[in-house]
Ligand binder design. Sequence first.
Ligand SMILES: C[S@@+](CC[C@H](N)C(=O)[O-])C[C@H]1O[C@@H](n2cnc3c(N)ncnc32)[C@H](O)[C@@H]1O
Length: 946
Amino acid sequence: MCEGTTVLGTKCKHRALPGFLFCKKHKPHDETEISHSPQSTLKRKLEENYAGSVNTCRDIVLVNSESPLEVEPVSFIGDDYFQRKSSLGENPTHPDNYDATKGLHCIGSPPFDDKNPCREAPKRYCLYCENHLPSWLKRARNGKSRIVSKEVFTELLRDCNSWEQKVHLHKACELFYRLFKSILSLRNPVPKDVQFQWALTEASKDTSVGEFFTKLVHTEKARIKLIWGFGDDLDVSPIMEEPPVLPSTTTDSIDNENAIKCKICSAEFSDDQALGNHWMDSHKKEAQWLFRGYACAICLDSFTNKKLLETHVQERHHVQFVEQCMLLQCIPCGSHFGNSEQLWQHVLSVHPVDLKPSKAPERQTLPAGAGQDSPVKHVQGNSAPLENNSENPGVLRKFTCRFCGLKFDLLPDLGRHHQAAHMGPNLVSNHPAKKGVRYYAYRLKSGRLSRPKFKKGLAAASYRIRNRANANLKRGIQATKSLGMRDMSLQPRVTETSKISKFVEHQCSGVAKILFSEIQKTKPRPNNLDILSIAHTACCKVSLAASLEEKFGILPKRIYLKAAKLCAEHNIIVNWHHEGFICPRGCNGLKDQALLSPLSSLPNSFVRPKSVNVSDHASDEWELDEFHCIINSHGLKLGSLQKSSIFCDDISFGKESTPVICVVDQELLHSINKNDSNDQDTDSAMPWKSFTYVTKAMLDQSLSLDSESLQLGCSCSYSSCCPETCDHVYLFGNDYEDANDIFGKPMRGRFPYDENGRIILEEGYLVYECNRRCRCNKSCPNRILQNGVRVKLEVFKTENKGWGVRAGEAILRGTFVCEYIGEVLDVQEAHNRRKRYGTEHCSYFYDIDDHVNDMSRLIEGQAHYIIDATKYGNVSRFINHSCSPNLVNHQVLVESMDCERAHIGLYASRDIALGEELTHDYHYKLVSGEGTPCLCGASKCRGRLY
Ligand SMILES: C[S@@+](CC[C@H](N)C(=O)[O-])C[C@H]1O[C@@H](n2cnc3c(N)ncnc32)[C@H](O)[C@@H]1O
């Protein structure tokens, strides 16, 4: 397991990287040195760094002459090393070759690792080795300044007399960095002072951390004012001048034996009331989290879903967990239960009479064995009180449970009640909460915290809505019943439809509409054979529609798209046209439609390219995906659809679920000489040979990209998520409140994809897909890009742009085509490679910066990385540029919410006909006086590629 700690000081639960003490998230990299040193030093360091030497740090200490250190590493770590051991009271189990006496060891990041301490020499600012340099000491992305300046850090480090102090300094810097990042986030509308207060509360959980944090703020005051603009809109001097608000411990004044400890800050209080007041004063937010999230009743850690909480309890509190299981007993019948939720359910269903408010004790937290009248025996202090004592006149009940109306005078009691009573899947509050301490800490860390608001209890809301709907329905039914009674006397044979019509008359039009549409849907649909047999006798779409609808009733439009493709494949000539066309032969069937000119039907001379195998559509494939239809035969460039030779059946060699064939049209065959012995010519004849086909991005080691740890599993419990409960939809809505779909409608509460898996989200927003932490499977409507290429694509030889990619089938607007895959590099590495590759060869670089205008709505800290598909790539590397492209780019988050890990998805920006070349806009920056002519042929061509 990783030895790191979260920003809240809890232990990280992720697996450590092989050979490391920390997971990827907690293992800092030295981006500064790699990105910004002169090239020669960089090269040398890279070689040394990746040569696999165990003593990397030591080596680098020797070669690095730029060290800014004013303090000797040895004197810092060495002297207090054993003091550290004793003060922390732990027995280190060092590897045999580990020599602690030298004291030349890195503190690690985060520290506290006594079992497997970092064995490297601390070099970087006296505390960290190369690998463990924390993010806040690295140069900021813009290359201008560090978040915590080296001077300030080394100054503070000098004041540290013990290992523990260094740890605290480390924590304070970490917190300072998170705060800094969060406040700088453009997407983060949380007021600065709120964030600042949050950080202060966090810091104040440990006096020493708090002190360092205040010192940091004080030392960096000028810079903070300048960067955060505190000076303009907020007077922070009182906050900055005063020490952090430390927990108001009343330890001195109270009898220690009877003291009640606050589980958050360990402050002690004489009674529950005082603790409650303290919670209200100091931990109001945590209290809310506790009520609305899945909080652990033992340690108060919060989780985004129940499964995580269960795992946590089992792992962390095994003993307490077992005890609790043993002790939860129903007093009236003596039954034992595994958890309080089951017990509560049992009491509700079996002993409801015992559950009377008047039997409530004075306090909700029942002592062991107390409350014989109560149906529930709570042996543990943290078991949930299940009684409603709202009727007890002696106690002021301030807090009402939103779900069941029970009242409590103390917040913690309400929290415990909530946890026990409303966290079960069978109970009213079955919508898993996603607002926990961890969740918010994560969001704050990742710069995604938009505001400290909570999604209004969806469960409660939906419960209310459902109740309202039920009540309305009941009223409607009663009205209908009484009406029906009256009607029956007059008209005994009432049809279903007329009954439904009565609903309409009685304010249930919504329900009636739904019922009507359901009735329609149950009608049979024509299968392929039905369509083909009718199409044989049809002259145009009008007559085809008339015949089909005569037999099958009103059909959705997509049936005609499917019909169009079927006809094309079977060479059945039907006059296809836009809606509203009036057939010159007088075919009729569709009403009230304006005259539109017909589209040209597929010509008799139509010869499909060999590459497209029309006969391989199993009829059930249509059932699965009937949307891949020809809709616009105008788009066909018939010239290119001539006979072609297949050069390779699948350039992915089975890596894609849909083979990607490589073809050369007959008229261009002469330009290819397969047997040429020259290497370059062979590559140009067999393009799949010039690179390695991969289906996953390859992260270059030069990047310090965050790992999959920055991802959330949604709380939907089905194999297919629904937008109402999917956390990714919620997160998106929270991050981009104003986002619209491509039709201008608000995106709120919707997946980025429609029910056919086509993107509807307007360009420029991040797409949040579900991921492996979610319970849904591949069929989830919020998993598209990650499922890989699903449309037929052909790599083909173009006349003048080398190889290109064209549609092997008609592709409808919004369809995911492929991902731009390659090696992900940082700017420096990309620059080096560009130099190495030279400019004569075609470029396979995708520079995220060049697309920043498309993605202008992306967040602060937009990653600057480059994807190089020269050596490793997929079909996307063959897609040519067009100034009027038919593909659009979207950044898609899958394994990580960190936008540096975003995938680049290419989606159809309009309907694309079979055989049409696929293009996207490279958006290369145009440099005057140089560049390559653009051969895209678009009417609005910019003239040059770059
Ligand atoms: C990503 S590659 C595309 C595949 C490439 N045509 C091949 O044969 O491998 C980009 C290169 O294709 C060529 N290219 C792409 N679009 C072009 C265009 N519109 N006009 C001229 N050359 C283009 C340029 O050489 C460019 O550097």
